[in-house]
Ligand binder design. Structure first.
Ligand code: PEP
Ligand code: MN
Length: 337
């Protein structure tokens, strides 16, 4: 249930209403906008008489929400969530962020070289996997803790904040100095992991599962927020469809749909969506045109010899060219929006 308050309402009356709501056993998501203050009621609102609230002097309107997701719902929090990172990078609410780097950290030389090149091209966040979810148990599983150490060296060398995937809660101690925890597509419904990252004070990049619906993605984000962490970034990374020509199918519709339903930033990973480096440019441009808040792009200095996802990785030169085009398109979008 959403209670929209009249502009300039008396604070004492607001406090009294909020106390009463809490006495009914409900939780309140409080959102103060430039004109309206909104109280999002979370819990079993079935027994609450909407007319009783509507009759109050300070109340403009009362609406019952059918969606099962509450805290992530834009109706509960109309303004875009802006996520700030160490070093000043922001994402959401008109702030666009490019996250780039290799699929996996492979060596100090590799990660430092890629970090420097993506930073020079305009990326504001460095990506790199240390713990890798691989389909085959015989494939490279990532450098693990050593990979995290190398990411931190790259952070020191460039000042770029780091996003890296956590696969299991036992890995948490390694992630203390990592700026954004990535929950990968395969773990989108690992509810134990979602609850744990929900208890942390760190942004989480939540990737859409291979066959997850929008509602399932939003409910997974709700798990994180319900446990106290409101800094969630959603990532569309391609879904499995009947099409076999590409690794996955990028669902562009997810961008406007999610932006409408939630206040959380929405980023796109065109690399895992297509699985082919040649597709990364058109899919990135299409995503920007559709209104995404950022991109997650795989870049490798030697894709032919990459230990993971080489075919979909851009070389630093191509990434530099693409980044320039993305920033130009963003600027153009502002003139037509
Ligand atoms: C990745 O970002 O390297 C990755 C494994 O992504 P996803 O979970 O989307 O497959
Ligand atoms: Mn990858």
């Amino acid at each position: 249930m959403i209670v929209k308050l009249k502009p300039g309402s008396d604070q004492k009356q607001i406090q009294r209403l909020m106390r009463w709501i809490k006495e009914q056993g409900l939780e309140i998501e409080y959102s103060e906008g430039s004109t309206y203050t909104i109280l999002g009621l979370i819990g079993d609102t079935a027994t609450i008489d909407a007319n009783l609230i509507q009759a109050m002097e300070i109340v403009e309107s009362v609406v019952r929400i059918q969606d099962p997701f509450k805290k992530v719902n834009r109706m509960f929090h109309p303004a875009d969530t802006v996520i700030e990172l160490p070093g000043g990078a922001k994402i959401g609410g008109g702030h666009f962020a490019v996250m780039a780097g290799p699929c996996s950290v492979e060596s100090e030389e590799q990660i430092i070289a890629v970090a420097k090149s993506v930073k020079a091209a305009g990326a504001t966040i460095l990506r790199g996997g240390a713990f890798k979810p691989r389909t085959s148990p015989y494939a490279f599983q990532g450098m693990g803790a050593d990979g995290i150490e190398l990411l931190l060296k790259a952070k020191e060398a460039t000042g770029l904040p780091i996003v890296s995937e956590i696969m299991d809660i036992s890995q948490l101690p390694y992630f203390e100095d990592i700026d954004i925890l990535q929950v990968g597509a395969r773990n989108m419904q690992n509810f134990t992991l979602l609850k744990e990252v929900g208890r942390l004070n760190k942004p989480v990049l939540l990737k859409r599962g291979l066959s997850a619906t929008y509602q399932e993605l939003l409910m997974s984000a709700e798990y994180i927020m319900a446990n106290g962490n409101s800094r969630v970034i959603l990532c569309e990374r391609g879904i499995r469809t009947f099409e076999t020509g590409t690794r996955n199918t990028l669902d562009i519709t997810a961008i406007p749909y999610l932006k409408e339903k939630t206040h959380l930033p929405v980023v796109v990973d065109p690399s895992h969506a297509a699985g082919m480096h040649r597709m990364v440019k058109p899919l990135s441009l299409a995503s920007v045109a559709a209104g995404c808040d950022g991109l997650l792009i795989e870049v490798h200095n030697d894709p032919e010899h990459a230990l993971c996802d080489g075919p979909q990785s851009l070389k630093p030169g191509s990434f530099d060219e693409l980044a320039g085009q993305l920033f130009k398109l963003r600027a153009l979008m502002e003139t037509v929006a």
